[in-house]
Design a binder for this molecule. Sequence first.
Ligand SMILES: NC(=O)c1ccc[n+]([C@@H]2O[C@H](COP(=O)([O-])OP(=O)(O)OC[C@H]3O[C@@H](n4cnc5c(N)ncnc54)[C@H](O)[C@@H]3O)[C@@H](O)[C@H]2O)c1
Length: 246
Amino acid sequence: MFELNGQTAIVTGAATGIGEAIARRLAAAGAIVVVADRDFSGATRMAASLGGASFAVEVDVAQPESVQLAVEKVLARAGRLDILVNNAGIAGRAASLWELTDEDWNKVIAVNATGVFHFCRAVVPHMRERSYGRIVNIASIAGKEGNPRMAPYSASKAAVIALTKSLGKELATEGICVNAVAPAVVRTQILEQLTPEQVAYMTDRIPMKRTAKPEEVAAVVHFLASADCSFVTGQCYDVSGGRATY
Ligand SMILES: NC(=O)c1ccc[n+]([C@@H]2O[C@H](COP(=O)([O-])OP(=O)(O)OC[C@H]3O[C@@H](n4cnc5c(N)ncnc54)[C@H](O)[C@@H]3O)[C@@H](O)[C@H]2O)c1
């Protein structure tokens, strides 16, 4: 079930990590997947490995013109867009809030929060015209609980959760469902941006006492991206090994 035959899905940040696992899962369910990443060579390799009609586009989610252009390219090539997964994100520099520069703050907010806004704004008019769409935003448990030494990241992910709830309500009668997923620690390259102590702090708080595999996040995204997700919108699903209790 949850089949996606004939549908087109954009997955941002899909050259590697969680985005790659999501792209593989959606492609296996029948979707044409657009691997949208600022790492164009990685995205091209990934898209080629998916086979079928999947393809790559170069995009910097923090730049509105780049996002608009990427969405235009996708529509010109695929003719339709059913699914958007806003997954691209960065951790930023781990430091106490009072040690952060404006640049540290702005960079993380621009990619993680404003990037989701840019992509939703570019894609929603097309989904509204067709009265169908599924948007899945990758937030983080940090956006619910706030991780120390990760204030910009935590704030950006709280913004993603709130944006998801607002947009879900705005589109609730239009056949478009908007949901978020909040993973805890997932074993990907993003962890290289953090110290081992920071990763240990986060893993210790997980009742299952382990990190997640990217595929475990992709499984939840798959449902939220499918037509079977028809009475669920504006929600945030935790993939956290039991960490958050609300
Ligand atoms: N790994 C974790 O523990 C974890 C936990 C919770 C949430 N998340 C979230 O999951 C998402 C994916 O994380 P990951 O661990 O796979 O990261 P990753 O670093 O392995 O991959 C991120 C991908 O996003 C791309 N990217 C980064 N900035 C971009 C930009 N401005 N425009 C376009 N593409 C860009 C990178 O090129 C890369 O391919 C992120 O939003 C992250 O915050 C990760």
